[in-house]
Structures are given as C-alpha cells and as structure tokens.
Design a protein around this ligand. Structure first.
Ligand code: FES
Length: 150
C-alpha cells in the first residue's frame, strides 16, 4: 500500500505535464487540407495524387514517387523540375519570378505554359489540375557549373 501511494504521488505530476503538452501535440497532428492533382507522364499515364495545400508541386511529386527530378532541390538553378500546365490552370497560378523565367529560358522544349515545379505552390484552385511532365529535361546546373553564353 505504501509503495502504491509513492507511485501515485510521483506519477501525478508527470501526468499533469503530459496534459500540458497534449494541445501542442494535437496542433502538429492536425491534418492539413489537401487537393487532388493529376501528373501526366510522357507515356500519357495519368497518376492522381493528393497533395497538401501550401507545398510545392515538386514536393508533392517527390512524396508520391513521381519521376520529376529537381536536381537543385528548389534552388531555381537546374530546370529539371520543368512541368507544363494546361492553359486554364496556368492562368490561376501566381506569375513566375524573374529568376524562374530566367531559368525557364534555358530549359529544353519550354512551352508557353511551362513552370518550374519547385516554384509553384499547391492551392485550392489547382484541384484536378493536369500537370504534364515533359518527355525529357536537361540539368543546366550540373556540379555547380554555370552555363556559358556562346
Ligand atoms: S529543382 Fe532545380 S529549378 Fe526547380
């Protein structure tokens, strides 16, 4: 009986501590809103994925093992995250920065609705967007080398 009282006495303060961190734990475990987007591979295969709003298209592609490289990991330097949007969805995107446009200028087979997936954030407006993966990409920033103008 004495031992039980001692256990209860020592464990009650720790239970109070757990109670005080529960709101913090539940804050971080709240499921964030998501939308569904379609990646269209170069073989015309449609891969439907669910992505968290606020993440980049590149992050969502990597989380779902979509074959989109992203060699500079969002540094806007390589162009290997090149994707093409349908015009209706392209119009809903925030315009590219000058830096993104400069990198897109060097991307292979760029289209009027091309974007860098590392620079496009997933929003509610992109629900059911078709994100087309180009047939090939070229890393314009291999090993830190800067492309030279000829
Ligand atoms: S990951 Fe390199 S430009 Fe987007």
């Amino acid at each position: 009986m004495f031992a039980l009282k001692r256990v209860l006495r020592t464990s009650i303060p720790s239970l109070k501590r757990i109670g005080s961190i529960l709101p913090i734990i539940s804050y971080f475990s709240v499921k964030k809103p998501t939308v569904s987007v379609n990646f269209i591979t170069s073989e015309k295969e449609k891969i439907i994925v669910e992505g968290e709003i606020g993440k980049t298209i590149l992050q969502i592609a990597h989380e779902n093992k979509i074959g989109l490289e992203g060699a500079c990991e969002g540094g806007v330097a390589c162009g290997t995250c090149h994707v093409i949007f349908e015009e209706s969805m392209f119009k809903k995107l925030k315009p590219p920065t000058q830096r993104e446009e400069d990198t897109l200028d060097l991307v292979f087979n760029v289209q009027p609705t091309s974007r860098l997936a590392c620079q496009v954030l997933l929003t509610k407006e992109l629900e059911n967007a078709n994100i087309i993966l180009p047939k090939s990409t070229r890393n314009i920033y291999v090993g830190g080398a800067k492309p030279k103008i000829h």
